[in-house]
Design a binder for this molecule. Sequence first.
Ligand SMILES: [Fe+2]
Length: 219
Amino acid sequence: MHVKKIIFHPKVLPSVVICDPELTVGMPKIITIGTGMDAFAHCLEAFSSPHYHPMSQGIALEGMRLVKEYLPRAVADPGDLEARAHMMSAAMMGATGFQKGLGAIHALSHPIGAVYNTHHGMTNAVVMPACLELNRPAIEGVIGEAAEYLGIKGGFDGFFDYVLKLRSDLNVPDKLREMGVGDNRIAELTEMALNDPSCGGNPVELNAENVEALFRACI
Ligand SMILES: [Fe+2]
Protein backbone atom coordinates (compact mmCIF):
# COMPACT_ATOMS: atom_id res chain seq x y z
CA MET A 1 0.00 0.00 0.00
CA HIS A 2 1.27 3.45 -0.84
CA VAL A 3 1.38 5.98 2.01
CA LYS A 4 2.32 9.64 1.97
CA LYS A 5 4.37 10.62 5.02
CA ILE A 6 5.23 14.09 6.24
CA ILE A 7 8.79 14.29 7.54
CA PHE A 8 10.00 17.34 9.43
CA HIS A 9 13.50 17.86 10.77
CA PRO A 10 15.67 21.00 10.99
CA LYS A 11 18.41 19.15 9.09
CA VAL A 12 16.22 18.62 6.05
CA LEU A 13 15.66 22.37 5.68
CA PRO A 14 17.68 23.77 2.76
CA SER A 15 20.40 26.29 3.61
CA VAL A 16 19.88 28.12 0.31
CA VAL A 17 16.69 28.47 -1.74
CA ILE A 18 16.70 29.88 -5.26
CA CYS A 19 13.33 31.39 -6.13
CA ASP A 20 13.67 32.47 -9.74
CA PRO A 21 10.27 32.93 -11.37
CA GLU A 22 11.79 32.42 -14.83
CA LEU A 23 12.31 28.76 -13.88
CA THR A 24 8.52 28.30 -13.59
CA VAL A 25 7.58 29.79 -16.97
CA GLY A 26 7.66 26.44 -18.79
CA MET A 27 5.49 24.56 -16.31
CA PRO A 28 2.45 22.86 -17.86
CA LYS A 29 -0.75 24.80 -17.21
CA ILE A 30 -2.16 22.06 -15.00
CA ILE A 31 0.92 22.24 -12.74
CA THR A 32 0.67 26.05 -12.54
CA ILE A 33 -2.96 25.62 -11.41
CA GLY A 34 -2.32 22.68 -9.08
CA THR A 35 0.71 24.17 -7.33
CA GLY A 36 -1.04 27.55 -7.09
CA MET A 37 -4.06 25.94 -5.45
CA ASP A 38 -1.74 24.04 -3.12
CA ALA A 39 -0.20 27.36 -2.02
CA PHE A 40 -3.71 28.69 -1.44
CA ALA A 41 -4.66 25.55 0.55
CA HIS A 42 -1.55 25.92 2.74
CA CYS A 43 -2.39 29.56 3.48
CA LEU A 44 -6.09 28.85 4.05
CA GLU A 45 -5.50 25.91 6.39
CA ALA A 46 -2.72 27.68 8.30
CA PHE A 47 -4.93 30.75 8.68
CA SER A 48 -7.87 28.61 9.86
CA SER A 49 -5.87 26.43 12.27
CA PRO A 50 -6.78 27.05 15.92
CA HIS A 51 -3.15 26.98 17.08
CA TYR A 52 -1.46 30.17 18.33
CA HIS A 53 1.05 31.56 15.84
CA PRO A 54 0.37 35.23 14.98
CA MET A 55 3.32 35.45 12.58
CA SER A 56 2.06 32.54 10.51
CA GLN A 57 -1.43 34.01 10.66
CA GLY A 58 -0.29 37.20 8.97
CA ILE A 59 1.88 35.42 6.43
CA ALA A 60 -0.95 33.06 5.50
CA LEU A 61 -3.40 35.90 5.01
CA GLU A 62 -1.07 37.85 2.73
CA GLY A 63 -0.27 34.61 0.90
CA MET A 64 -3.97 34.17 0.10
CA ARG A 65 -4.05 37.74 -1.23
CA LEU A 66 -1.13 37.07 -3.55
CA VAL A 67 -2.78 33.91 -4.92
CA LYS A 68 -6.05 35.78 -5.43
CA GLU A 69 -4.30 38.57 -7.32
CA TYR A 70 -1.78 36.62 -9.31
CA LEU A 71 -2.73 32.97 -9.86
CA PRO A 72 -5.36 33.80 -12.53
CA ARG A 73 -2.76 36.01 -14.25
CA ALA A 74 -0.04 33.34 -14.16
CA VAL A 75 -2.48 30.81 -15.63
CA ALA A 76 -3.75 33.16 -18.33
CA ASP A 77 -0.27 34.28 -19.37
CA PRO A 78 2.48 31.78 -18.43
CA GLY A 79 5.14 34.38 -19.32
CA ASP A 80 3.83 36.98 -16.84
CA LEU A 81 6.95 37.15 -14.69
CA GLU A 82 5.43 39.57 -12.18
CA ALA A 83 2.58 37.11 -11.53
CA ARG A 84 5.01 34.17 -11.43
CA ALA A 85 7.23 35.99 -8.89
CA HIS A 86 4.29 36.73 -6.60
CA MET A 87 3.07 33.14 -6.90
CA MET A 88 6.53 31.92 -5.95
CA SER A 89 6.35 34.15 -2.86
CA ALA A 90 2.86 32.84 -2.09
CA ALA A 91 4.18 29.27 -2.32
CA MET A 92 6.96 30.03 0.17
CA MET A 93 4.54 31.88 2.43
CA GLY A 94 2.17 28.91 2.43
CA ALA A 95 4.95 26.58 3.52
CA THR A 96 6.07 29.10 6.16
CA GLY A 97 2.51 29.66 7.31
CA PHE A 98 1.67 26.02 7.78
CA GLN A 99 3.95 25.81 10.80
CA LYS A 100 0.66 26.89 12.42
CA GLY A 101 -1.03 23.75 11.15
CA LEU A 102 -2.81 22.22 8.21
CA GLY A 103 -6.21 20.57 8.29
CA ALA A 104 -8.86 18.45 6.62
CA ILE A 105 -7.93 19.49 3.07
CA HIS A 106 -4.47 17.96 3.44
CA ALA A 107 -5.67 15.08 5.64
CA LEU A 108 -7.94 14.00 2.77
CA SER A 109 -5.59 14.86 -0.02
CA HIS A 110 -2.60 12.86 1.24
CA PRO A 111 -4.33 9.44 1.17
CA ILE A 112 -6.13 10.22 -2.09
CA GLY A 113 -2.79 11.08 -3.68
CA ALA A 114 -1.13 7.99 -2.21
CA VAL A 115 -3.85 5.58 -3.37
CA TYR A 116 -4.90 7.14 -6.69
CA ASN A 117 -1.76 9.08 -7.65
CA THR A 118 -3.72 12.30 -8.21
CA HIS A 119 -1.99 15.69 -8.33
CA HIS A 120 -1.67 16.95 -4.75
CA GLY A 121 -2.62 20.60 -5.25
CA MET A 122 -5.43 19.81 -7.66
CA THR A 123 -6.81 17.29 -5.16
CA ASN A 124 -6.72 19.98 -2.46
CA ALA A 125 -8.69 22.30 -4.72
CA VAL A 126 -11.37 19.65 -5.29
CA VAL A 127 -11.90 18.93 -1.57
CA MET A 128 -11.58 22.57 -0.42
CA PRO A 129 -15.28 23.59 -0.47
CA ALA A 130 -16.48 20.52 1.48
CA CYS A 131 -13.76 21.10 4.10
CA LEU A 132 -14.71 24.78 4.39
CA GLU A 133 -18.33 23.75 4.95
CA LEU A 134 -17.38 21.28 7.67
CA ASN A 135 -15.26 23.89 9.43
CA ARG A 136 -17.71 26.72 9.01
CA PRO A 137 -18.98 26.75 12.63
CA ALA A 138 -15.40 27.22 13.90
CA ILE A 139 -14.01 29.62 11.29
CA GLU A 140 -16.90 31.75 10.13
CA GLY A 141 -15.59 34.77 12.02
CA VAL A 142 -11.92 34.62 11.01
CA ILE A 143 -12.73 33.80 7.40
CA GLY A 144 -15.07 36.79 7.41
CA GLU A 145 -12.14 38.95 8.51
CA ALA A 146 -9.91 37.40 5.84
CA ALA A 147 -12.56 38.06 3.19
CA GLU A 148 -12.58 41.71 4.11
CA TYR A 149 -8.79 41.93 3.76
CA LEU A 150 -8.97 40.10 0.42
CA GLY A 151 -11.57 42.53 -0.93
CA ILE A 152 -14.31 39.88 -0.95
CA LYS A 153 -17.77 41.02 0.13
CA GLY A 154 -20.21 38.86 2.10
CA GLY A 155 -18.04 37.39 4.86
CA PHE A 156 -17.75 33.60 4.97
CA ASP A 157 -20.40 33.12 2.25
CA GLY A 158 -18.57 35.53 -0.04
CA PHE A 159 -15.29 33.70 0.58
CA PHE A 160 -16.94 30.34 -0.11
CA ASP A 161 -18.38 31.65 -3.39
CA TYR A 162 -14.98 33.08 -4.30
CA VAL A 163 -13.37 29.64 -3.85
CA LEU A 164 -16.03 28.03 -6.05
CA LYS A 165 -15.53 30.65 -8.74
CA LEU A 166 -11.73 30.39 -8.60
CA ARG A 167 -12.00 26.63 -9.05
CA SER A 168 -14.35 26.89 -12.01
CA ASP A 169 -12.34 29.73 -13.62
CA LEU A 170 -9.25 27.48 -13.44
CA ASN A 171 -11.10 24.36 -14.66
CA VAL A 172 -10.54 22.48 -11.41
CA PRO A 173 -12.72 19.33 -11.39
CA ASP A 174 -15.76 19.62 -9.16
CA LYS A 175 -15.54 16.05 -7.85
CA LEU A 176 -12.78 13.52 -7.22
CA ARG A 177 -14.45 10.98 -9.51
CA GLU A 178 -13.39 13.21 -12.42
CA MET A 179 -9.79 12.39 -11.34
CA GLY A 180 -10.40 8.65 -11.25
CA VAL A 181 -11.21 8.30 -7.54
CA GLY A 182 -13.86 5.65 -6.85
CA ASP A 183 -16.11 5.22 -3.81
CA ASN A 184 -15.03 1.63 -3.10
CA ARG A 185 -12.10 2.43 -0.80
CA ILE A 186 -13.64 5.08 1.46
CA ALA A 187 -13.12 3.06 4.66
CA GLU A 188 -9.41 2.68 3.90
CA LEU A 189 -9.06 6.37 2.90
CA THR A 190 -10.85 7.44 6.10
CA GLU A 191 -8.48 5.42 8.27
CA MET A 192 -5.46 6.85 6.45
CA ALA A 193 -6.80 10.41 6.75
CA LEU A 194 -7.34 10.05 10.49
CA ASN A 195 -3.72 8.91 10.85
CA ASP A 196 -2.43 11.91 8.91
CA PRO A 197 -0.73 14.55 11.08
CA SER A 198 -2.59 17.31 9.20
CA CYS A 199 -5.71 16.34 11.18
CA GLY A 200 -4.31 18.06 14.27
CA GLY A 201 -4.69 21.57 12.82
CA ASN A 202 -8.27 21.24 11.66
CA PRO A 203 -10.58 23.73 13.40
CA VAL A 204 -13.32 21.10 13.87
CA GLU A 205 -12.13 17.85 15.42
CA LEU A 206 -11.98 15.13 12.78
CA ASN A 207 -13.44 11.69 13.44
CA ALA A 208 -14.41 8.62 11.43
CA GLU A 209 -17.91 9.95 10.86
CA ASN A 210 -17.14 13.43 9.55
CA VAL A 211 -14.12 12.29 7.54
CA GLU A 212 -16.12 9.57 5.82
CA ALA A 213 -18.86 12.11 5.10
CA LEU A 214 -16.23 14.44 3.60
CA PHE A 215 -14.97 11.72 1.28
CA ARG A 216 -18.53 10.88 0.22
CA ALA A 217 -19.25 14.55 -0.46
CA CYS A 218 -16.05 15.00 -2.48
CA ILE A 219 -16.16 11.82 -4.58
FE1 LIG B 1 0.04 20.88 0.16
